[in-house]
Design a protein around this ligand. Structure first.
Ligand code: OAD
Length: 256
């Protein structure tokens, strides 16, 4: 794909050099990295979920309380899309980079589990994971692997918690909810300690995730962005590469 201000060879070389020089690496990914696996983003104009649906109808506690069936059905559809998808060259490049550096932390806003499937190990899923469920009443943290597939295969009926009988819900962070404390703390520590911080495929407008690259900048990391579009980060970072994750990541990591 060609973009009006497509990445130049010089920019690619600069990033390759940064990759060579950096021993402490942290990466923040968003929905854009899974776009080339066929999973829609949230805010892209034609294809993004939030161009077709209102987040307050599908991704809040109030929405689930009001209409659990509709919310459950939407997550069942997204889960089916995740099962049908596979990690792309971008996910795979990041997992191979991890194997080459002493310190590598991958922070993702994605709930699709594709980074783990690509082999990433030091992974923080700060918005949860769509393939897990937990009790809506928070009676237990319910995520038994042997039962999870049976539970999540129920697309039409909202499953019940085996402990207390309340509904089970997807184990993701909804609007208005706090992020998992330990995970977001680890993400900020990785940003503070990074030599090189890379943002891939995120619009960088959802907080507190969007604060993580800002923390890296303030702590002295070299910050790079990979995105086909401009974002609020583009003018702040040291290097902004225009293009897609599956195209650029293998190139800058010397894997293509
Ligand atoms: P968005 O949909 O807001 O942004 C996706 C970004 O990916 C945009 O900046 C696109 O330009 C870029 N993009 C599109 N295709 C790409 C490709 N092939 N390669 C690289 N980049 C590409 O998604 P997020 O930033 O992840 O939260 O959104 C953050 C959060 O908002 C999500 O985790 C979700 C959402 O509401 C919750 O549900 C809590």
């Amino acid at each position: 794909m060609q973009y009006p201000d497509a990445t130049t060879n010089q920019q690619i070389k600069r990033m390759q050099q940064l990759v060579q020089e950096s021993a402490r690496v942290a990466v923040l990914t968003g929905a854009g990295i899974s776009a080339e696996s066929g999973i829609p983003t949230f805010r892209d104009a034609q294809t993004g979920y939030w161009s077709r649906f209102r987040p307050e109808d599908l991704a809040t506690e109030e929405a689930f309380r009001r209409d659990p069936e509709t919310v459950w059905r939407w997550y069942a559809e997204r889960r089916a899309a995740v099962h049908a998808a596979a990690p792309n060259a971008g996910h795979i490049a990041l997992s191979r980079w991890e194997a080459r550096v002493p310190s590598f932390t991958l922070i993702t806003q994605n709930v699709d589990g594709l980074h783990a499937r690509a082999g990433s190990k030091n992974l923080i899923e700060i918005h949860g994971n769509i393939l897990r469920v937990r009790c809506f009443a928070r009676c237990v943290s319910y995520s038994r692997r042997d039962e999870i597939e049976v539970i999540t295969s129920a697309a039409d009926t909202v499953p019940r918690c085996p402990e207390c009988g309340d509904y089970l819900r997807p184990d993701v962070v909804w609007f208005g909810e706090n992020l998992p404390e330990a995970g977001i703390a680890r993400a900020f520590t990785a940003a503070e300690q990074a030599d090189l911080f890379l943002c891939v495929g995120t619009s960088a407008v959802v907080y507190p995730a969007a604060m993580v690259p800002q923390t890296a900048l303030e702590s002295g990391a070299t910050v790079v962005e990979i995105n086909p579009e401009e974002t609020p980060l583009s003018t702040l970072v040291h290097l902004s590469l225009r293009g897609t994750a599956a195209d650029l990541l293998p190139q800058v990591l010397g894997l293509d």
